[in-house]
Every structure is written in structure tokens, then in C-alpha cells.
Design a protein around this ligand. Structure first.
Ligand code: ZN
Length: 170
């Protein structure tokens, strides 16, 4: 949920609806001692992915900063990624193992791209992907629904709601 994905180069108006949901979910997680991890696009000019999307969320630029409403808090972990999956050549797996994590709740943009690729890599590593449908979004409703269906069917993703998760953490 960085500026370029919400209001910048790859602006997604549909992202607005998930901002308060993610905010509430993150607050509930912090309150319950559930680790909150940011894995943000931080591209370098030679990244392969830029051939598809053009320059976006470049490392060290305002476009690559988390939107003001969802800034990290003390105790959160903040990682950088260079392509769709939050696992690809990042330290996310090491971090999750240090927490002895079994479930990985995935929120942010986009349901059918980064959430999908991250779900795949979570599943391949033995984690259970959990996707609150009101915590992820895509450019279109069809893309959003396709992403949820793909994650559920192929990675046994659990499709839930942010309010449901927040309730179980109380
Ligand atoms: Zn990217």
C-alpha cells in the first residue's frame, strides 16, 4: 500500500475501500501481539518487472512510501521486495520462521498479482494463506474475484473478512 499503487503512477481508485479495513486489522493485530510485516515494492531501474508496468514504487522515492494512513508503527517489520511475491529473494521466510508462523494473512494490492504470487510462495513453503477479501483489491472487480478464486483453488487459501480476523484476535 505505497503511494504509487494507491494514488500515484499505478493509481487504483478501488484501493480506497480497503484502507480503513487494513488499518483496523493492523491495529487489532498489534493489540493481540500478532506480528505486522510490511513488504513493499522498492524497485531499482533495471528490475525485470518494470518492463511490464513501467517505473513505479522506485526505491527511496515518495511513490515507494507507504500511504500516510497505513504507516508502520514501532514493533512492525518492514521489508523491501523487487517483484510480485513478498517471498522472492526477501527475508520474509526467515522472519516468519522466527515467529513460528503457520498462517499468513495477506492484505494490500493487487489480489490477482502480488497477493496471488505471495500466496503461492506461502503455500509452497508450508504456510496457510489467509486472505480477507475486504483487505485486498485489484483494478477491476473481475480481476479481484479471479485472484481470490485462484488463491482459494490452487493454494487452499482461506477467504475471510478483516472483521472476522480481528474478532478471532480479541
Ligand atoms: Zn512492482
Amino acid at each position: 500500500m505505497v503511494n504509487d499503487f494507491v494514488t500515484g503512477k499505478l493509481a487504483c481508485p478501488r484501493a480506497e475501500r480497503i484502507i480503513p479495513n487494513i488499518r483496523r486489522l493492523a491495529r487489532a493485530a498489534r493489540g493481540a501481539g500478532v506480528p505486522v510485516i510490511y513488504v513493499n515494492d522498492a524497485h531499482l531501474p533495471t528490475d525485470f518487472e518494470l518492463k511490464v508496468w513501467g517505473p513505479h514504487s522506485m526505491q527511496g522515492t515518495p511513490g515507494g512510501e507507504v500511504i500516510p494512513a497505513l504507516k508502520a508503527r514501532r514493533g512492525d517489520s518492514v521489508l523491501e521486495k523487487r517483484t510480485y511475491s513478498a517471498f522472492f529473494e526477501t527475508s520474509l521466510d526467515t522472519l516468519l520462521r522466527s515467529f513460528r508462523a503457520e498462517n499468513l494473512v495477506i492484505v494490500g494490492l493487487h489480489t490477482n498479482i502480488c497477493a496471488r504470487h505471495t500466496s503461492a510462495d506461502a503455500f509452497f513453503r508450508g504456510y496457510h494463506p489467509v486472505i480477507p477479501e475486504d483487505g485486498v483489491e485489484s483494478f477491476t472487480e473481475d480481476a479481484h474475484r479471479d485472484g481470490l478464486d485462484y488463491i482459494k483453488t490452487n493454494y487452499l487459501g482461506e477467504i475471510t473478512a478483516t472483521s472476522e480476523l480481528a474478532r478471532t484476535w480479541r
